[in-house]
Design a binder for this molecule. Structure first.
Ligand code: MOS
Length: 729
């Protein structure tokens, strides 16, 4: 059986609200948690494939130029070395996160430092690594490289479809009673997922199986097939457990293509695992941004105009551009609006989606500008947000699908004791520490993506859920089981969830915060179909049916499900796709961040003392996994505010801090007690399960709350992230 649902209309049935099993929303532990911490979850690198050879990538030691020749003999004579592969397909970097798009990087041309130029394959990893370091090749490097997007000779593009104008911003700025005209900068970021990228490729005749660590298998399969020039049907990708992605595994990376080519050539399985340094160099980065804000307000602080013009970067010809202004389109009102994006073409690692692409940096800088406007207008920062929340989408004049932005701001202010904040900076001192509070709004677009999932209710009353959905640490295994168990009245112990394999029905995968809602909706649609099949047996309507603890109850009669099935199993493939509700209404998630910091008046060191996030994202499917996503986002915010910064040497473009020893992400001692509150909300437009994406909301604007708190503590405005000690002193 197959059932399809297109989100053309709001789904007001809210079936999950009054179901009997009591699983939805419950803070259940992640099913994969014990497996992961006990070492019994099989990560991609760990698949016990016999007769593996090991490949190590050789990277270009220059950022721009041409490889002229590779002296394969220089290493082929070494004991244990099996092959040196410099197939031109290797040199390409698959475009990030787009389906069926041919890879676009140069062939013999090197465009960034670290770009793969060859793969050395040997009997052992150590041997391959030694040979990779010993390989000699000739190249011609260009005299100069483009590293700085703001350099006077930077090559800039201004795509028409990324410029928006409404009304007259310049005139509004001239007539403003209060205004802010400032430039903010955020540096490049690395995803910094715990598990490095890896792939084991194995061919059987013309069919490839690749064990790898990826987020969106349906797309990854197409990308890999395109890179190899074969049909997607010949490619199977398996990603059972993924040790974090944060965007870096939305697309395949060079290890996948390299392993596949080598395994084909050698006629044996080949494993390629990137070192941490290689992950930094060859996978991708978040673009640095330069963001120019012009805010104009009337005498009561209401925005008359909002302008947000950004500069980002990427490699030549890459299509992705950090969508910095994504939430600026709808978060606040203002009749006159300008949102623009320019792209500088640089010789730096491919820029792609990293941890809430767009809003993570865009909402953050906007919320710094709003803090400056609040001060200029003499209005409390929370109040300034409240009076500028639009009733409708301010550009398209369509309603919001659901919005608890106001509630989040108000509840957050109350819970954080915001009224104890001194509006004048530098007023609170504890010894050598200056104490301050800051806040920021959170906003992120919501997306539903086409997904399929198969649900089987077996004759013994157990359930199997099958889809190629991935669990990147977010809780997919658990949440999908909760939805199926709730819909069919089966306890968690009797539900098996199989994910992470392209042989299973294709889902949208994990990305853009859409995973749980999209794939969860596919599971819901499948279960609705199975419920209908049960209804047929009982001759009742779906609304009359209650399923609980393996029993069906209809018209006051109770049936044992196993007896009712009588040896038969029921199955359905659920298929969800977005429809008109993605156009007729503006779908987004909202929230509010609050932070208290202590800034050392002698060293300039900032410590975050407490943080609160209040978020609304439709129905919460699992309170624990949702909280954890928000904690993660807030911790990213601490990193973004205080330490994270990719540094490229301006002379040759190499990443100076290409490991976790030098690229500083927050550790436990940097993170205080975090407080998360999730508001109760249902979004009938977003999905048939009334949920929206929550994965990335916690990061959107979090860093701004900290940097605004630094200003409140010390009187120092940091407009160039991160707020390191030198900028505060
Ligand atoms: Mo996310 S950065 O879309 O995995």
């Amino acid at each position: 059986m197959s059932a399809k649902m297109t989100m053309d209309q709001p789904d007001t049935r809210r079936r999950l609200d009054d179901m009997a099993q009591g699983l939805i929303g419950k803070p259940l532990d992640r099913a994969d948690g014990p497996l992961k911490v006990s070492g019994s979850a099989t990560y991609s690198h760990e698949w016990p494939i016999d007769n593996q050879a090991y490949g190590v990538l050789v990277r270009a030691p220059f950022a721009k130029g041409t490889v002229q020749s590779i002296d394969k003999q220089s290493v082929l004579s070494m004991e244990g070395v099996l092959a040196v592969i410099n197939d031109e397909r290797l040199l390409r970097n698959p475009a990030q996160g787009t389906a069926n798009e041919a890879p676009v990087q140069g062939v013999k041309d090197v465009v960034y430092l670290g770009q793969p130029i060859a793969l050395v394959v040997a009997e052992t990893f150590e041997c391959a690594r030694h040979a990779a370091q010993s390989l000699s090749f000739e190249y011609e490097a260009a005299d100069s490289v483009a590293i700085d997007p703001e350099a006077t000779d930077a090559q800039l593009e201004k795509p028409d479809d990324k410029q928006f104008e409404q009304g007259d911003v310049d005139q509004a700025m001239q007539h403003a009673v209060f205004s802010v005209d400032q430039i903010y900068r955020t540096p490049g970021h690395n995803s910094a997922a715990m598990e490095p990228h890896c792939a084991i490729a194995q061919w059987q005749d013309e069919n490839l199986t690749l064990y790898g660590s990826y987020q969106m298998l349906k797309y990854n399969r197409n990308e890999l097939a395109d890179s190899l020039g074969i049909d997607a049907e010949r490619v199977r990708i398996v990603s059972k457990y993924v040790g974090g992605g944060f965007g870096s595994k939305l697309g395949i990376a060079p290890e996948a293509v390299a392993a596949a080519i080598a395994a084909k050539q050698l006629q044996r399985p080949v494993s390629v695992t990137l070192s941490r340094q290689q992950v930094f160099e060859v996978v991708m980065r978040r673009s640095e941004t330069r963001q120019h804000f012009q805010l104009a307000a009337d005498k009561s602080g209401v925005l008359t105009s909002l302008s947000h013009v950004s500069l980002v970067s990427n490699l030549p010809d890459e299509t992705f551009a950090e969508p910095v202004g994504q939430a600026t389109h709808f978060i606040y009102g203002g009749k006159n609006r300008r949102i623009g994006l320019q792209i500088a073409r640089l010789n730096k690692t491919c820029a792609g989606s990293v941890r809430a692409p767009g809003e993570a940096v865009g909402v953050t800088a906007l919320e710094n500008a709003m803090d400056e406007l609040a001060e200029a207008a003499g209005i409390d920062p929370v109040e300034l947000r409240l009076i500028n929340i639009p009733d409708n989408d301010p550009e398209q004049d369509i309603p919001f699908s659901s919005m608890k932005f106001r509630e989040a701001l108000k509840l957050g202010a109350e819970r954080f004791n915001w009224n104890q904040r001194q509006s004048k900076p530098g007023q609170v001192r504890e010894g050598e520490w200056l104490i301050g509070m800051g806040m920021a709004s959170a906003a992120r677009v919501n997306m539903l993506m086409e997904s399929e999932a198969k649900v089987t209710l077996a004759a013994d009353g157990s359930i199997t859920v099958e889809t190629d959905m991935t669990d990147i640490g977010t809780g997919s295994y658990t949440i999908l089981a909760q939805i199926a168990g709730e819909m069919l009245g089966i306890p968690m112990s009797r539900i098996a969830t199989h994910l992470g394999d392209t042989d299973l029905p294709a889902s949208a995968g994990s990305g853009g915060s859409w995973g749980a809602s999209s794939c969860g909706s596919a599971v819901y649609v499948a279960c609705e179909d199975i419920r209908s099949q049960i209804c047929k047996k009982l001759n009742c309507q779906n609304d009359e049916l209650t399923l609980k603890d393996g029993h069906a109850i209809a018209r006051n009669k109770r049936y044992d499900l196993v007896e009712l099935l009588d040896g038969e199993s029921l199955q359905a493939v659920g298929h969800i796709e977005p429809g008109d509700t993605s156009k007729d209404v503006r779908q987004a998630t909202f929230g509010a961040h609050f932070a208290e910091v202590a800034v050392n008046s002698i060293t300039g060191e900032t410590r975050v003392r407490r943080m609160l996030g209040v978020y609304s994202a439709g129905r919460i499917l699992n309170e624990k996994t949702a909280h954890s996503q928000c904690y993660g986002g807030m911790i990213f915010g601490i990193g973004m505010a205080l330490t994270e910064e990719l540094m490229h040497d301006p002379r040759d473009g190499h990443i100076v801090n290409r490991d976790l020893g030098e690229y500083h992400v927050p550790v436990n001692l940097d993170v205080p007690q975090l407080d998360v509150v999730l508001l109760d909300e249902r979004d009938d437009h977003a999905s048939p399960i009334q949920s929206k994406g929550i994965g990335e909301l916690g990061i959107c604007g979090a860093a701004a709350a900290i940097v605004n708190a630094i200003y409140n503590a010390s009187g120092v405005r940091v407009r160039n992230y991160p707020a390191t000690l030198d900028k505060i002193l």
